[in-house]
Design a protein around this ligand. Structure first.
Ligand SMILES: *Cc1c(COP(=O)(O)O)cnc(C)c1O
Length: 425
């Protein structure tokens, strides 16, 4: 057993001052019934906790750190910027560079607005879609998470699945009623919904590759079908690419599948480990935003110099180095190895993977939506999680989260992880 003494002391102090001891619920390790490790530092693919335990990290801050921890070029960009001041609340040159680069890499984005989190990006994109269409209802899919704004907390994936909270207290019913929740990958359901509410639906918001109920890929034709339905009904299609953006390809899921949304939400990787989100699309829609148009949206720290520097450095490295083939190679070796161990031990499983984003569902033949995902064997996952942690492998503490592989993960990291999995199963 690894020693967790300092973390236990810190946790017992933290719960006195911070609800549950954490600033975001899943960090508390409740679903796996363990004490969270307090992290002191990270370098490349590794993190070290306050007790000095060293882990290979497959959480990577829940996705942002595609270049691993403390990437020297990203740190340089931040430290050079910070000497000139940390925030002005006035436009800066760097924000144009960032907007230009995002629209180059994600061609459906002609104009973009920067915010400080994925939650803000989706919340604002929905307001914009409502303002643009003059309609109020939105469609989302069960198991998709789009941040924690009131109207989007219906059937919102891992948090709810982990804690069995169907919705959140405090989210006004009148607002949540404007959100229609449908099963992922079920086009017929979407068609019926649009037929029953003609002219009322402002937008469909979807994770084009779902990453918050474990990884679930769109079935052939699903995204194309959503595009057609939105186009023929005057509704907007919003891709929430907060996870998939710059993760599965430079141009995100929309590049991979060739389906062009009206609006795209970004976050995680575009902040390079600092708080950044963004939403963008064609000029004719984006200019509905204030100060040009009538949809209000703002932020004291939006486009913050440090955050934009970290994000810009990250995107420039991704564009320069094209790490996607090597991420694919490493991740596929890891998942093939895991699947091989599981089948050798006659443990039924499904591994859903897209590039460096994947998850393992224990005791499942296939997983194509939330209703199936939650049938995966949670107690086997919890045992697996604890045994992996004991051997120095840090996974997301929930059966409904993804593993993230970064450019910093080495072949030795992968080999060691597979050895640990062999012993754990
Ligand atoms: C993480 C996430 C969000 C929310 O982003 P925050 O920065 O945590 O607010 C929104 N959508 C998706 C798909 C996410 O994975």
């Amino acid at each position: 057993m690894i020693i967790n003494k300092v973390s236990e002391e810190l946790y017992s102090k933290a719960v006195g001052y911070i609800p549950g001891g954490v600033n975001s619920p899943v960090r508390a390790f409740r679903s796996v019934g363990l004490c969270p490790h307090f992290i002191k530092s990270g370098q490349g693919s590794h993190i070290v906790d306050e007790d000095g335990n060293d882990f290979i990290d497959y959480v990577c801050s829940w996705g942002p750190l595609i270049l691993g921890h403390a990437n020297p070029e990203v740190l340089d960009a931040i430290s050079r910027t910070m000497r000139d001041g940390t925030s002005f609340g006035a436009p800066t040159r760097r924000e144009i560079d960032m907007a230009e680069l995002i629209s180059e890499l994600v061609p459906s984005i002609e104009m973009v607005r920067l915010v400080s989190s994925g939650t803000e990006a989706t919340m604002s994109a929905i307001r914009l879609a409502r303002g643009y269409t003059g309609r109020e209802k939105i469609v989302k899919f069960s198991g998709c998470y789009h941040g924690h704004s009131d109207g989007l907390l219906a059937k919102a994936g891992s948090g709810a699945a982990t804690f069995s909270i169907p919705d959140s207290l405090g989210a006004p019913k009148s607002l949540v009623e404007q959100t229609i929740v449908l099963p992922y990958n079920d086009l017929e359901g979407v068609r019926e919904c649009f037929q029953s509410m003609p002219g009322q639906i402002a937008a469909i918001i979807v994770e084009p590759i779902a990453g918050n109920m474990g990884v679930v890929k769109p079935l052939a034709g699903f995204l194309e079908g959503l595009r057609d339905i939105c186009s023929s009904n005057g509704s907007l299609l919003i891709f929430d690419e907060v996870i998939s953006g710059f993760r599965v390809a430079l141009g995100g899921a929309q590049e991979l599948y060739g389906v062009i949304p009206d609006l795209t939400c970004l976050g995680k990787i575009i902040g390079g480990g600092l708080p950044v989100g963004a939403f963008g699309g064609p000029r004719k829609i984006m200019e509905f935003l204030a100060p040009v148009g009538g949809v209000y949206q703002a932020g004291t720290l939006s486009g913050n110099p440090l955050a934009v520097s970290a994000g810009l450095a990250t995107l420039r490295i991704l564009k320069r180095d094209n790490p996607y083939p090597s991420l694919e190679e490493k991740s596929s070796r890891l998942t093939r190895g895991l699947a091989e161990i599981l089948s050798r031990k006659s443990l039924k499983n499904t591994v859903n993977r897209l590039g460096s984003l994947f998850s393992v569902f224990f005791d499942m033949e296939s997983v194509t939506n939330y209703e199936e995902a939650i049938k995966a064997d949670k107690s086997r996952f919890n045992t697996f999680f604890a045994k992996m942690l004991d051997q120095g492998i840090y996974l997301a503490p929930s059966a409904f989260e993804a593993w993230f592989v970064s450019t910093a993960h080495s072949d030795q990291d992968i080999d060691y992880t597979l050895n640990c999995a062999e012993r754990s199963l």
